[in-house]
Design a protein around this ligand. Structure first.
Ligand code: ASN
Ligand code: ZN
Length: 326
C-alpha cells in the first residue's frame, strides 16, 4: 500500500510505531508501481551554459566519462534513500526528474543546486578533485532541492545554516547507506574524496568533530563550530557566506551526529526519520532558527517514537550538548 508519510492517528504504541517506521513501504507512483528515478546527466563542456549536452539518460549504460557515471550513480543512490527509506518519490514527492551537469566551467572548485538541477565542477586538479567523487556531496546538492520543495529554509543566517546542515545530514545518510554503515561505523565526513594529497585535511566538513576537517596552508583551518559557544555571528551578505551558512551548520550537524550515535543502528532509521519528518510535516517557518528547529525535532521524535522513548531522550540530549535550548 501507499504511505504518504504521516502516522495517520493510528494510536499505535511507540514500539509498534518504531517497527512501522522501519518497515515503511517504499514510494510508489500514482499507478502503484515502485517509484523509479528519471535521471539525465549532461556535459557542460567546461562552459557555464546549462544543462549542456546529454551524455547519459535513465537506464542507459555507463559511458567513458567517469564524472558522468559518478553523477548518474550518485543521483540513483540519493533517489533510493528518499524513496526506499522515506517513501518519497523524488525531491518534490511527485517524481521530479533529476538533472545533473558535469564539467561545469574550468577549474571550478564547487558543486551547487541552481534551483532546478545539480551542477558539478571538475575541481582545479591541484587542491580539488572532481566534485562528483564524493557521493555525500551529490546527496548534499540534491537535498537542497528537497529542502526547497519542503520547509524552504531561507538561505541566510540560522535558517541558512539549517538549510546547509539538512543537506549534510541527508548527504551523509546517502553515503552511510551505500556503505551499509551503522552510525558508529560511519566517518561522518562530507566530501572525503575531494581533496588532493596537496591538502592537509580529510574532507570539507566533519559532523563528528566540526572544526577539525582540515588545517591547510592554502585553505586555512576548518572554521566550523561544534557548539553555540563558538557560534560565528557574521554579516548576512554574500561576501560573508550569507551569515556563515557553511560555518554555523557545524552546530546542527553535530547535534544530528550526537542523536544518531546515541540511538545507535543505522542513522537513517530513527534520527533520519525524525529530521525528515521535521522537513516534510509542515509548520516549520522558513526563517526557523536553531531553537525552533530543535523544538520541531523534539515534537517529531515524540510523535514518531513516544514520550518515554530512547529516541526522544537522544535528540533532547543532543541539542543540549551543542548549547541549543528548544
Ligand atoms: N557547494 C555549496 C553548497 O551546496 C555551493 C553553495 O554554496 N551554493 O552549499
Ligand atoms: Zn549546500
Amino acid at each position: 500500500g501507499r504511505e504518504a508519510g504521516g502516522l495517520g492517528g493510528t494510536g499505535l504504541l511507540p514500539d509498534a510505531l518504531r517497527e512501522r517506521a522501519r518497515r515503511r513501504t517504499p514510494a510508489t507512483t500514482a499507478t502503484g508501481a515502485a517509484a523509479a528515478p528519471k535521471r539525465s546527466v549532461h556535459d557542460a563542456g567546461h562552459g557555464t551554459a546549462l544543462p549542456g549536452r546529454l551524455v547519459r539518460g535513465e537506464g542507459q549504460s555507463a559511458v567513458v566519462d567517469e564524472s558522468a557515471n559518478e553523477a548518474y550513480d550518485g543521483l540513483g543512490h540519493t533517489f533510493a534513500l528518499y524513496a526506499d527509506v522515506f517513501g518519497r518519490d523524488s525531491l518534490d514527492g511527485a517524481g521530479l526528474p533529476l538533472v545533473a551537469s558535469v564539467h561545469y566551467d574550468r577549474e571550478f572548485d564547487n558543486a551547487f543546486w541552481d534551483g532546478e538541477q545539480m551542477v558539478f565542477g571538475d575541481g582545479d586538479g591541484v587542491y580539488f578533485n572532481s566534485f562528483t567523487d564524493s557521493v555525500d556531496v551529490i546527496g548534499h546538492e540534491l537535498t537542497h532541492g528537497f529542502t526547497q520543495f519542503t520547509a524552504g529554509l531561507t538561505y541566510v543566517g540560522q535558517s541558512g545554516a539549517l538549510n546547509e546542515s539538512v543537506s549534510d545530514v541527508f548527504g551523509s545518510l546517502v553515503k552511510q547507506r551505500v556503505l551499509d554503515q551503522t552510525a558508529q561505523e560511519a566517518d561522518w565526513l562530507i566530501g572525503d574524496a575531494l581533496f588532493t594529497d596537496k591538502v592537509s585535511g580529510s574532507a570539507l566538513r566533519s559532523m563528528k568533530a566540526p572544526g577539525t576537517a582540515y588545517d591547510d596552508a592554502h585553505l586555512g583551518k576548518d572554521p566550523q563550530p561544534a557548539t553555540m559557544a563558538d557560534y560565528q555571528e557574521m554579516p548576512h551578505d554574500e561576501q560573508h557566506d550569507n551569515g556563515g551558512v557553511h560555518i554555523n551548520s557545524g552546530i546542527p550537524n553535530h547535534a544530528f551526529y550526537l542523536a544518531a550515535t546515541a540511538i545507535g543502528g543505522r542513522a537513517w532509521e530513527a534520527a533520519g526519520q525524525v529530521w525528515f519528518d521535521v522537513l516534510t510535516r509542515g509548520g516549520l517557518p522558513k526563517d526557523a532558527d536553531f531553537a525552533t528547529f530543535a523544538g520541531a525535532t523534539l515534537t517529531a521524535a515524540r510523535s514518531r517514537f513516544g514520550e518515554a522513548s530512547a529516541e526522544l531522550d537522544a535528540v533532547t540530549a543532543a541539542w543540549r550538548a551543542v548549547g541549543v535550548s528548544p
